[in-house]
Write a protein that binds this ligand. Structure first.
Ligand SMILES: Nc1nc2c(c(=O)[nH]1)N[C@H]1C(S)=C(S)[C@@H](COP(=O)(O)O)O[C@H]1N2
Ligand SMILES: [Mo]
Length: 415
């Protein structure tokens, strides 16, 4: 397994030559194109493309804005199940990660999950309350305004549904990895509220519960509750979206999606694991086991190019992807273009944050022959992302291969 630095340095040398406008004789353009003649450049600069002027007559545009009509990336219901269905129940809706730039998922495209199909409640924040009760010295009920008076934290964290996973049948990224997203969350640490209430000695678990028809309740170990769970009221610089739990949810950094209770209204301090509607089928009552198996392992995926896309021809490409781990900060991402024979370090974009998506890129010059692209994440604990064969139980964090065929079409390497 040879570990080489990528061709970044060569690339920078060439880039500098290009930027300086100096060809230095030998330098070749990174992306081959038909050379423009002086004549056609002249013509182009004179032709003003016809432009439609944005219609400002709607107050909504002044008040809130919108994306360009030419930007068309959309979410899709996953697993072929319509959302909403005939009974207005919504299931899981995936995010188009291949079109995402950087680590933060735009709020409109953030994936959506409900445990077993649910309505999305519309909650008046003025009437909403959070109750903390059970094995505490003082049972407390907070209004939203009261919660916002506490010291807050703002942190980047991913959420991922355990329904995510690679398979030969899931040919596109949105099908295998569409149920994870990352946002900047703002709220109060749950530990701050629990300290205010005074947790009693036998309070070893919490049960968090939402207001909607199925409650979305989850049991979580007290150690996690006292560590880094956020009672969040904002996301990406604005109040939570209704689909993401408006006005209040918990964010449980690094733990699987089902535990991030939305439309949060109650937290009960209890003395044991309680099986809830959510935990049904997730029978992990031993605290150590639960904590470990709730935690998402080191994971990464190449988002561009990925299954279903086409490369226009041989030559230079920036390969892009996302890496994350429930174990903390991503410390390294490697990329292979030959199906795992050789691995090379990818570059991070931005500084990796604990339990957050980390964007990476890799400079690749494709020679036009069949290639197999893979990425592999290592986290700060030294945990390395497994191959599909090495993978143990829990949320599937195995390496996803993408096959680039010589005609440029990209398909699932497992198929
Ligand atoms: N109250 C409540 N919270 C819930 C759920 C639910 O059905 N009800 N679904 C969970 C599931 S299965 C997932 S994957 C995450 C998804 O969070 P998101 O919709 O913000 O992406 O929310 C979790 N929180
Ligand atoms: Mo989920």
């Amino acid at each position: 397994m040879g570990v080489k630095r990528p061709n970044r340095r060569d690339f920078l040398k060439r880039g500098a030559a290009l930027a300086g406008g100096v060809t230095l004789g030998a330098a070749e353009p990174v992306i081959r194109k038909a050379t423009a003649s002086a004549q056609s450049i002249e013509e182009q600069s004179q032709e003003v493309p016809s432009q439609e002027v944005q219609d400002w007559s709607s107050d909504e545009l002044v008040a809130y804005g919108e994306r360009s009509q030419h930007v068309t990336s959309v979410r899709e219901p996953v697993n072929g199940r319509p959302s909403p269905d005939d009974f207005d129940l919504v299931f899981h809706i995936g995010t188009p990660l291949e079109e995402q730039v950087g680590a933060i998922t735009p709020s409109s495209l953030f994936y959506f999950g409900t445990t077993r199909g649910s309505i999305v409640p519309t909650i008046d924040p003025a009437k909403h309350r959070l109750m903390i009760h059970g094995l505490v010295d003082r049972e407390l009920i907070f209004t939203m305004d009261e919660l916002k008076r506490f010291p807050s934290v703002t942190r980047l964290h991913f959420i991922e549904c355990a329904g995510n996973g690679s398979s030969p049948r899931r040919g596109r990224l949105i099908e295998s990895h569409g149920m994870t997203s990352c946002a900047e969350w703002t709220g109060v640490l749950l530990s701050t509220l629990l300290e205010e209430a005074g947790v009693q000695a036998d309070g070893t678990w919490i049960v968090a519960e939402g207001v909607e028809n199925v409650r979305g309740a989850s049991s979580l170990p007290m150690a996690k509750a006292m560590d880094d769970i956020i009672v969040a009221y904002a996301m990406n610089g604005e109040p939570l979206r209704p689909q993401q739990g408006f006005p209040l949810r918990i964010v449980v950094p690094g733990f699987e999606g089902i535990l991030h209770v939305k439309w949060l209204s109650r937290i009960k301090v209890v003395d044991r694991f309680y099986m809830t509607y959510n935990d049904y089928g997730h029978l992990r009552q031993d605290p150590d086991q639960a904590a470990l198996s709730y935690q998402v392992g080191p994971k990464s995926v190449i988002t561009w190019p990925s299954g279903g896309l086409d490369l226009p021809g041989a030559g230079f490409y920036e390969v892009r992807g996302l890496a994350w781990s429930g174990g903390g900060v991503v410390s390294r991402v490697e990329v292979s273009t030959d199906g795992g024979e050789n691995w090379m370090d990818a570059d991070f974009r931005g500084t990796p944050q604990r339990m957050a998506h980390t964007a990476f890129s890799f400079n690749w010059t494709w020679d036009g022959s069949e290639a197999m692209l893979m990425s592999r994440c290592t986290d700060e604990l030294g945990q390395v992302q497994p191959t599909r064969a090495q993978r143990k139980g829990g949320l599937d964090n195995s390496i996803q291969p993408w096959r680039v065929q010589s005609n440029g079409s990209v398909t699932n390497g497992l198929a």
